[in-house]
Design a protein around this ligand. Structure first.
Ligand SMILES: Nc1ncnc2c1ncn2[C@@H]1O[C@H](COP(=O)(O)OP(=O)(O)O)[C@@H](O)[C@H]1O
Ligand SMILES: [Mg+2]
Length: 158
């Protein structure tokens, strides 16, 4: 019988970091570690989304000021869904998908998020907002393990 590495719906990981560019890199690596350790595959889009949300917290909110912090949460839900949340310390602006500006250097992050995510949104939380995205990841894939070798299977079934 093939073994399946089940993505863990029980994945839940939280990290609080300073609101700096370096922390955005750390968030990406941390998310990769957490998701891959728990058996999630094809996590690239999720890593892109968590990076954009963390970068926005740093760039557009009080989280990016000296002493500012952001909190990043990953939650594995049933049916291959991973919820990504980034809580910031507040801003006068609201997270919105901008109109495509042909010449603009920025303004595409949340457009990417809205394209890649099954759903996304923002809610007021504490002094700031929690911006979240729900990512659909592929179902579990078979993984080889010693018991799967043909001899073992033969011995089991006869
Ligand atoms: N966490 C946030 N809190 C408040 N405003 C935000 C937040 N994230 C994004 N925004 C607003 O939404 C706009 C669009 O974000 P985005 O598409 O990522 O483009 P960019 O970051 O390049 O400006 C930002 O310019 C900002 O005004
Ligand atoms: Mg952005």
């Amino acid at each position: 019988m093939a073994a399946y590495r089940e993505p863990k719906p029980s994945t839940i990981a939280v990290v609080t970091l300073p609101g700096t560019a370096r922390a955005v890199t750390v968030v990406r690596h941390w998310a990769a570690l957490v998701l891959e350790t728990d058996g999630w595959t094809e996590v690239d889009d999720t890593l892109l989304v968590v990076t954009e949300l963390a970068a926005n917290a740093v760039r557009h909110t009080a989280s990016g000021r000296p002493g500012g912090r952001m909190e990043v949460v990953l939650i594995g839900e049933a049916d291959g869904l991973v919820r990504v949340e980034v809580a910031d310390e507040g801003a006068a602006t609201i997270p919105t998908v901008g109109r495509a500006d042909w010449d603009g250097l920025g303004g595409r992050g949340l457009r990417l998020v809205s394209t890649l995510a099954a759903a996304w949104g923002a809610r007021l939380a504490g002094r700031g907002r929690t911006v979240w995205a729900l990512m659909r990841l592929p179902p579990a894939e078979p993984v080889a393990r010693p018991a799967d070798d043909p001899c073992g299977e033969h011995a089991e079934s006869h």
